[in-house]
Design a protein. Sequence first.
Length: 131
Amino acid sequence: MKYSKQRESILRALAEKLDHPTAEMVYQAVKLEQPNISLGTIYRNLNQLAEQGMLRRISTPVSGDRFDIRTAPHAHLLCTCCGRMLDLEEDLLDAIDQKVLDTAGFQVQDHQLLLSGTCSCCMAQSRRDVS
């Protein structure tokens, strides 16, 4: 993939925003340093970078695609209350991989796992609102 200033800005924005941003969020961050960039350019570059394996696309049922600069296998937790997305570290996934191998004879090589629910911050806020 050829070097481009736009792609460099997109990758930098993703590295600085570890909250798994949407294309729109990336656009807002990159637009600060490149005011003439278009949302279409952001989408096109994000898609190319995902296809090249330089970032991960995470499809979500509620907030559209999100993007992650971390390409190592890991899963994600999505809060359906606030939209926050967190990483689920691989050590928990290792046990699932082993169980799949033991029960189905299938060797897992990659994960695209998204768990939806309520984050600890939203649960705490909900408890405060009830009190």
